[in-house]
Every structure is written in C-alpha cells, then in structure tokens.
Ligand binder design. Structure first.
Ligand SMILES: C[S@@+](CC[C@H](N)C(=O)[O-])C[C@H]1O[C@@H](n2cnc3c(N)ncnc32)[C@H](O)[C@@H]1O
Length: 271
C-alpha cells in the first residue's frame, strides 16, 4: 500500500515517482486499447491535435479551473484517469500545473513510465487496493467510454475520491441530433458571406447534404438502438440522457457545460 508523501509514492522500502499496479489482462480490453495506440503516438506524444480538440482541451481546463481554483485547500491532489502516454502534462492541464495542485496521471499503457508528473501505471478498476490515501479530485478526459464496466468505475470512484471531492468528466455524445449539428456546422466554418461563389455553392449543395445527413442519422439511430458499436475503439457510446443518469448515480451534478456545435459535454460531479 502506497502513501503519498512530499510528492512521492512511499511504501515500507521505496520512495517512487512512478508505481505499477494492476494492468489490463482481458483480451477484448487489450484489443480495444491497442487499436488506439498509433493515434495516441501522434496526439498525446507529439500533440498533433486538430484545432477543434485543442480548443476543447482549453475549454475543459477552464471548466475545471473554475471549481479547482475557488477551492483554497492546500496541497490538493488530482488523479487523471486514462491520462494517455505522454511524458508531459496533457494540454488540458498545462496552465493548471502551475497551481498548488498535485497532478497524478494513471494509465494502463506501459509506455513512457518516467514522466514529468507522478504516474500510476495501471488500470483504474481496483486502484484502491494499492493506495493508502484518497484524491481530492478526479479527471476523466475522454476516457470514460474506454472503461468497460461502468458499475465498477462508479464503485472505484467512491473508494478513491474524498467525500465532497469533485470528479470532472469530458465525454463525447452520440445522439444523432447532436452529431448531425456538429457535422453540419463544419460546412459554415470557412463560409465568407460576401463571396458569391461560396454562397451559390452552399445554396445548391446544402439540400443534398441535408438529405444525406438525414439518411446517415437514421442509420445511426437504428445502430444505436441495436447497441451496434460505432467503431473499434470504445466500449460505450453515450447518449445525453444515459450520461446524465450515470452522472447522477455517482453523486451530485454541480456543473455541466455543453460546447456548442461539438458533441462534447463537461460534467463536474461531487461525491
Ligand atoms: C482517449 S484516451 C484519453 C487520453 C487523455 N485523457 C486525453 O484526453 O487526451 C483514453 C485513455 O484511457 C486509457 N484507459 C483504457 N482503459 C483504462 C482503464 N481500465 N483504466 C484507466 N485508463 C484506461 C487508455 O489507455 C487511454 O490512454
């Protein structure tokens, strides 16, 4: 059992900045995890994110900062569940790392074990068996849909998060209404209202785009109702209502923010 003392994991004999706990052994979980690895090398390690993702990361950081910085507790800890494979702090914690919060990353990938921050190399489920302390806050940044058993996740949160601690979630929603709004807004991103060519092109193309989008979203609704996977990377495809119910099952929702024309939603949930 590790204690957290002066920014180190300490047990009877050792004092470490990285510890190893339980890794993923389930074959299906390993397969899904590995399917994302090439993408993570580009996004986490090289920070080659799209402009939209960089914008969302900074919005998520601001969302967390509102709650974290109004809390004047000394030496607060924050565990980032599924923090990825980068040696550096993730972009959504680049400014907050200069606050008095102790950031701890957790990820089951055995890649880059020595990091700029405290790191737990293991899966979230069962973490309480290895640590002798609780965290003030938790982050699940686009990781919740990668964890297979949501009941186990809920139980683990209650075991490792302090009473009154806040868990922050960034989740992508899959409701056809939301996904279609996001997709259609893409057609306006570079529109110049004073350019005749842009206007004419949009006027003629848009009715066809709408019909195509309607067909795609009908198919998506059917796939979702049959619980068909949308890709080979995730265990869950949250809908707005299901996610809200899951958040309520964890604790009190103290804040929620929908980011316009994207499918991202941020939740802050207190135990
Ligand atoms: C989409 S990435 C998110 C990375 C980072 N949080 C971000 O927003 O850029 C999901 C991460 O969840 C991790 N993950 C998968 N299963 C997990 C588990 N059971 N416990 C903790 N993390 C897990 C993956 O290894 C992966 O790094």
């Amino acid at each position: 059992m590790y204690k957290l003392i002066d920014d180190n994991f300490v047990d009877k004999e050792t004092c470490l900045r990285t510890i190893k706990t339980e890794l993923i052994v389930d074959e299906k979980q390993l397969e899904l995890q590995d399917n994302s690895l090439e993408q993570y090398k580009e996004t986490h390690e090289l920070e080659q994110h799209s402009d939209e993702i960089k914008y969302l990361m900074s919005e998520f950081e601001s969302f967390m900062a509102l709650h974290l910085l109004s809390n004047k507790k000394e030496n607060s800890t924050i565990l980032d569940v599924g923090s990825g494979i980068s040696v550096q702090h993730p972009i959504y914690f680049k400014n907050l790392k200069n606050s008095n919060l102790t950031y701890i990353g957790l990820d089951p990938f055995e890649i880059n074990p020595q990091r700029d921050y405290l790191f737990i190399n293991g899966k979230f489920e069962g973490l309480h068996k290895y640590i002798d302390f609780k965290f003030d806050n938790l982050i699940f940044s686009t990781s919740l849909d990668h964890l297979e058993n949501l009941n186990e996740v809920n139980e683990e949160i209650t075991k490792v998060l302090k009473k009154d601690g806040i868990a922050f979630f960034w989740v992508g929603l899959h409701d056809p209404e939301i996904v279609s709004r996001q997709a259609l807004s893409g057609f306006f991103k570079s529109l110049d209202i004073f350019k005749k060519r842009d206007l004419l092109e949009l006027m003629f193309k848009f009715p066809l785009i709408l019909i195509k989008m309607y067909q795609l979203m009908r198919k998506r609704s059917i796939d979702l109702s049959k619980l068909q996977p949308m890709d080979n990377l995730h265990f869950h495809y949250f809908l707005d209502k299901n996610l809200e119910n899951y958040m309520k099952s964890i604790g009190e929702i103290v804040d929620v923010k929908y980011t316009p024309f994207t499918n991202s939603v941020f939740y802050a949930v207190k135990l």
